[in-house]
Design a protein around this ligand. Structure first.
Ligand code: PLP
Length: 391
């Protein structure tokens, strides 16, 4: 597989060398973190060390990090009418979400479908703030969920402004930062988020570990998804996934240490990629180009091609990319994100996502562009003549 170029980091990131070592070391921790003996205390130290590392990545208190089995579970834990803050104990009646959220938010957690409302985005992929303010008018104590960065386009939402609007309306703000963590600044307090979701496997940790972070300890989860032994301060029962959590912590620490350098490096690579794409096909559309975006993500389309066919053609050339659309069952669904941005069905069907990370090199980008130049003409028989693709 060494001649392969992996450009699908928003789907999942490979484990880093440092995190692989942390994983191997944690696998030999025999104790249960709830046990009082030395083995138990050693496992507990691993979990609490990781809690501090994850907390530090987002500027939170370690005690406010709840480990879960995934980003999906963290979103489900957050999105409940029962969530409490300060002295208020009445259930929340309404959940407002942006129209471009990940499916794990779009299903609405434990809110009834009738309590769920979509807030539209602008054509550049950013939330329509006036529509948010309007939807909040007259709603008592809403819960609002807006992602920090979109998994398909990489578009970054103006979360600090969203937080001001939500708090002025007496609401609580949940932010899905799964794609943003380690790629842009994610300080929970600076952003004004009350709750934040993270996932280990997007930052170089293992799959199957996530966290829900609260900005302060007066936010409570009286209705946990998983009840039992009272782990995670009662918010998530079940013996902790010690190796997974320890590795999540190690990945968070490396992501934090390398953040500034990596962000700048990825931005340079993304610019090279996008210049190359536009040189190959001048009518290339880069979704969300007018908005701030993650430094590692490019969602682009050349009208007339089919993303499914392009992915297979690129795979045969050794390139792992994806369509922007959800593809969890192997069948590509039309992207709700691009639909919300007003993209035409023809362009949406052509959307391809290239997402990069710390092991991506300039050479990888050059190889991708060579492969793209090679496969593009065959993807639409008339494309070459019609659009004058440079040979
Ligand atoms: N939120 C966003 C924005 C995502 O991109 C993903 C995964 O792709 C998730 C949540 C779910 O995270 P996990 O894979 O850990 O369940």
């Amino acid at each position: 597989m060494s001649d392969r170029v992996y450009l699908d980091w928003n789907a999942t990131a490979p484990l880093r060398g440092q995190t692989q070592r942390a994983f191997a070391a944690a696998l030999s921790a025999t104790g249960n973190p709830s046990s009082v003996h030395a083995e138990g205390r050693a496992a507990r130290r691993l979990v609490e060390g990781a809690r501090a590392q994850v907390a530090e990545l987002v500027g939170a208190e370690p005690a406010n990090v709840i480990f879960t089995s995934s980003g999906t579970e963290a979103n489900a834990l957050a999105l409940t009418p029962a969530i409490e803050s300060a002295a208020e104990k009445r259930p929340r009646e309404k959940l407002l979400i942006s129209a471009i959220e990940h499916p794990s938010v779009r299903v609405g957690g434990r809110f009834a479908k009738s309590a769920l409302e979509d807030i539209p985005v602008e054509p550049d992929g950013r939330l329509n703030l006036a529509a948010l303010a309007e939807a909040l008018a007259g709603v008592s104590r809403p819960l609002v969920s807006v992602m920090l960065a979109n998994n398909e386009t990489g578009v970054i939402q103006p979360i600090a402004e969203v937080a001001e609007i939500v708090h002025a309306a007496g609401g609580l703000l949940h932010v899905d930062a799964v794609q943003a963590a380690g790629r842009i600044a994610c300080d929970i307090t600076a952003l004004g988020a009350d709750l934040m979701t993270l996932s280990a496997h997007k930052i170089g940790g293992p799959k199957g570990v996530g966290a829900l972070v609260r900005s302060r300890d007066d936010i409570h989860f009286p209705d946990p998804l998983i009840r039992g032994g009272g782990q995670e301060r009662g918010a998530r029962a079940g013996t902790e996934n010690v190796p997974g959590i320890a590795t999540f912590g190690a990945a968070a620490a490396v992501a934090r240490a390398e953040f500034a350098e990596e962000t700048a490096r990825m931005l340079t690579l993304r610019q090279k990629l996008e210049q190359g794409l536009c040189a190959i096909a001048p009518d290339t559309v880069i979704f969300g180009a007018a908005a701030p975006r993650l430094p590692n993500t490019t969602l682009f389309a050349v009208s007339g091609i089919k993303a499914e066919t392009a992915i297979i053609a690129l795979d045969l050339e050794g390139m792992a990319v994806s369509s922007g659309a959800a593809c969890s069952s192997g069948k590509i669904q039309p992207s709700h994100v691009l639909a919300a941005m007003g993209s035409s069905p023809l362009l949406t069907r052509a959307a391809l996502r290239v997402s990069i990370g710390w092991s991506t090199t300039q050479f990888d980008i050059e190889r991708f562009l060579i492969a793209w130049r090679k496969v593009l003409p065959a993807l639409s028989k008339e494309l070459k003549n019609k659009r004058g693709i440079a040979a």
